[in-house]
Structure formats: structure tokens, C-alpha cells
Design a binder for this molecule. Structure first.
Ligand code: AMP
Length: 234
């Protein structure tokens, strides 16, 4: 599908449990519409690798599969959203993850809606990827990524041509994310049920939640998401 970079897309929020495909779909939206993917998980992992103050605070919390403090995450998101590449819109992947973060985002966008100097002034399009529990387990425990090029594989559904080696980055050995290990999975899913499910409920109550069947093949899910974004701007 051709790239569509001529108009504002506005903020897009992708909701869903770990392993629902938010990262994959966010990348496809980024490619099609030329807007950045703002993944709080990726930003936090970068901070951990760089050893920033935020990274030091977040590292142990992430390793336990728990959520990082709301204020720290919101500050990090705010610093990212003011960058010029977010002017036509952005895809939030992994944020908001608590009711407090959803309230904070609404307040931020509410403020922007009345700021004529901001071209992305719009409410977010909130898309929830709904996935069966057993599918989630296979997706998360099978997930591998290439530390060189970032490409994501799944040993069950999209294995590399050679076992555990990247097809593209000269055979770099694939890695499993620290928090994709089985023992960390349960706390992550609990954090989702207890803290992030209410976010979907909040958007549902306010009539802003659009649900997509995330069990469908990846390309079908992408097709549905693109249609939602096109309809929204029709
Ligand atoms: P993800 O890559 O989205 O699965 O995020 C990995 C980990 O980063 C999560 O398990 C949390 O520890 C942390 N994290 C990511 N996004 C958030 C957020 N919006 N609020 C709090 N913690 C987050």
C-alpha cells in the first residue's frame, strides 16, 4: 500500500495486553502514514541501556514485570511528543497503561485542542487489539528480536530461516526480551488486568474505544486499522 504522508493523522492510541501486536501494528502505521511510533516500552528500554536516571529507576521494576511510576512515564512521553516529528500525529504504543496516564493524556490533549499553534489538535483514535489468552502466551514466549536491526520474529509463527539467527542482520543471534521470560509473564498480565484494563473501560465508557479482533492474521488486523484511520478522516 502506498505511503500517505500528506495530511494530519492526529494521535492514535493502541491498547491491548502484552503480545497483542501493538508494536507490529504501530510500525505499520508509522510506515504508511509517516508518523512516529512512540513506544513507552522502547523508550524505557533505551533509558535502561543508556543508564539515565530514569533508566536506573525503571530497570528493576521492568524486570519484575510491574509498571513504572506514572509521573516518570508521563514526563518521558511529554518530552517525546513535543519533538517536531510528532506534528502530524503519532502512534502511542504501550501508553496510557493506567487510568492516571489516560487522564493525564486527556488533559494534555485538551490543552492542545485550544492551542492554535499545534497542528495535531485532535482527540486520539483509540484502537483496542483483543486477543485470546492462549494466543498471547504463544506470542510472548515465542517472541525473539534482533539486537542489531530490531526485527521481531516469533519462533512459532514467523521463525527466521535459520534457527535463532536474524535473516537480515548478517545472522546476528536473536534475543529474548528479559521480561518475556515465563516467570515475568504472569506479573505483566496481572498488571494488564488490574491497571490497564480499566483504561480500555474508560475509553469504552466515553464512547471512544474501537475494538479490533487481534486474533486475525497480522495483515488482516493491519487492514482493519488502516480502514479505521481512513474512515476517521473521510
Ligand atoms: P512493553 O514493551 O510495552 O511491553 O513495556 C515493557 C515494560 O515497560 C512494561 O512491563 C513496564 O514495566 C514498562 N512500561 C511500558 N510502558 C509503560 C507505561 N505506559 N507505564 C508504566 N510502565 C510502562
Amino acid at each position: 500500500m502506498a505511503q500517505e504522508t500528506s495530511r494530519n493523522v492526529g494521535p492514535v492510541v493502541l491498547l491491548g495486553p502484552p503480545g497483542a501486536g501493538k508494536g507490529t501494528q504501530a510500525k505499520r502505521i508509522r510506515e504508511r502514514y509517516g508518523i512516529p511510533q512512540v513506544s513507552t516500552g522502547d523508550l524505557l528500554r533505551q533509558n535502561v541501556v543508556q543508564g539515565t536516571e530514569l533508566g536506573i529507576a525503571a530497570k528493576a521494576v521492568m524486570a519484575r514485570g510491574e509498571l513504572v511510576n506514572d509521573d516518570l512515564v508521563c514526563d518521558m512521553v511529554q518530552q517525546r511528543l513535543v519533538l517536531p516529528d510528532c506534528k502530524r500525529g503519532y502512534v502511542l504504543d504501550g501508553f496510557p497503561r493506567t487510568a492516571a496516564q489516560a487522564g493525564w493524556l486527556d488533559a494534555l490533549l485538551d490543552h492542545e485542542l485550544f492551542d492554535n499553534s499545534r497542528p495535531t489538535r485532535a482527540w486520539p483514535i483509540v484502537i483496542s487489539l483483543d486477543v485470546d489468552y492462549n494466543q498471547l502466551l504463544l506470542r510472548i514466549t515465542g517472541r525473539r528480536s534482533c539486537p542489531t536491526c530490531g526485527r521481531i520474529y516469533n519462533v512459532h509463527f514467523q521463525p527466521p530461516r535459520t534457527d535463532e539467527l536474524c535473516d537480515e542482520a548478517h545472522g546476528t543471534k536473536l534475543v529474548t526480551r528479559n521480561d518475556d521470560r515465563l516467570e515475568v509473564l504472569q506479573p505483566r498480565l496481572t498488571a494488564y488486568q488490574e491497571q490497564t484494563r480499566p483504561v480500555a473501560d474508560y475509553y469504552q465508557r466515553t464512547g471512544r474505544l474501537i475494538s479490533v479482533n487481534g486474533d486475525l492474521p497480522m495483515d488482516d488486523v493491519t487492514g482493519q486499522i488502516f480502514r479505521i484511520l481512513e474512515d476517521h478522516h473521510a
